[in-house]
Design a protein around this ligand. Sequence first.
Ligand code: HEC
Length: 152
Amino acid sequence: MPYGYTTDPDVDSSTDRTMMIGVVLLFILVAAFPLYLLYEPGSREEARRVQLDSLIEEGSSVWEFSCAACHGEIGEGVSAPALNSQQFIQSSSDEQTRLLIAVGVPGTAMSAFSQDHGGPMTSEQIRAVTAYIRSWEEQAPDRPDWRDPGGG
Ligand code: HEC
């Protein structure tokens, strides 16, 4: 009889059962891992989308409160340029838009909005309103005259 082996049939069958359970558990783990890999990026993507949606929603109230009076309820432009315009949206990266909102355009009605520049807004609010403007991108009309919404 080789060392470590037993001929007791009870011990043998209980060892077999324990090993079988181990093998089954291992299979479950091995099968579950690819499923997890499939699911995980989707849930991260979903989380990003939810986060962006809530940023855009915050941005829409910022817009309503601080921007609509000059730029129009839906960005169509009143006394200030139309921002709901392919021409504007394509010409300005989010970074450029945030910077412009933060520091304003000196010598015009476009004041500085960031607290760093004496304005009322946090950088989060500036990020939010910029995301809101970006959310118009797909539907934004062709407005080559966006800088002169009153017409000329
Ligand atoms: C009191 C009126 C007024 C308010 C309020 C205002 N703006 Fe403006 N904004 C202007 C004017 C006028 C200009 C054009 C400045 C110029 O002549 O370059 C401008 C320009 C801009 C531009 C640059 C467009 C370009 O020429 O590239 C952006 C972006 C902008 N505003 C965003 C905002 C946002 C976002 C808000 C709200 C947080 C806001 N503005 C609030 C008057 C206003």
